[in-house]
Write a protein of this length. Structure first.
Length: 182
């Protein structure tokens, strides 16, 4: 999958804190895994190999507040039209300011710019994703995901995650700028 141009979106929380959502620089790869290591330890999120994070840094977005990485999200590509939104996390101190929602919107935008038509996610935060345009689906409709992650997952018999899908239509409206467009 070819990497797209770096995305950048300066935003402001309702409380007025300025933060940015953007493609991380390669030297920022190490700031990503610590954002969800507690969730991985608790068995609520799948681990990500740090080497793979660095290798595919163009498939990640981070949220930064005063140049500190406080949020992340990534895309995993299954085909020319289907990808998965994975590893969404916001640091506990930065939550409930809208950053998670903006990261979801930014990930959908990245998928749109890569020519994707559908964005799959598996989550327990169903309402958060529904508020950002995702609709409930059934994971068995996505054998690419089932065979890659669900089949080997130790929690598959007690999985409480819900599959949701975002359909990117030709009416999709871009909110982000790339470095080329600024
Ligand atoms: C899930 C997660 C990423 C959400 O991040 P977040 O930055 O808190 O997300 P948002 O602020 O956009 O939304 C969180 C809540 O705050 C509310 N909110 C959004 N903007 C707000 C604002 N300006 N002021 C107050 N509340 C706000 C939202 O309505 C939302 O409500 P909900 O909890 O009922 O869904 C974060 O809780 C997290 O990292 N959790 C651990 C990892 C995890 O569960 N990841 C999801 C795996 S798919």
């Amino acid at each position: 999958m070819t990497a797209g141009a770096a995305l950048s979106l300066p935003v402001r929380t309702a409380q007025g804190y300025p933060y940015a959502i953007r493609t991380p620089r390669p030297d920022e790869a190490g700031t990503i895994p610590p954002l969800f290591e507690d969730e991985v330890r608790a068995g609520r999120m799948l681990p990500r190999d740090p080497v793979e994070v660095r290798t595919h840094i163009g498939d990640w977005l981070i949220a930064t507040l005063d140049e500190e990485t406080v949020g992340c999200v990534s895309l995993v590509f299954y085909s020319d039209v289907l990808c998965e939104l994975r590893s969404l996390a916001v640091a506990p101190t930065a939550r409930s300011k809208g950053i998670g929602g903006h990261l979801i919107e930014a990930a959908v935008e990245m998928a749109y710019r890569r020519g994707m038509r559908r964005v799959l996610t598996l989550t327990r935060r169903v309402h958060l994703f529904e508020r950002h345009g995702f609709r409930r689906d059934v994971v068995m409709n996505y054998p690419e995901k089932v065979w890659k992650d669900c089949a080997p997952c130790p929690f598959r018999e007690m999985c409480d995650e819900v599959a949701l899908i975002y359909h990117i239509t030709p009416l999709f409206r871009s909110r982000f700028t790339t470095e080329d467009e600024e």
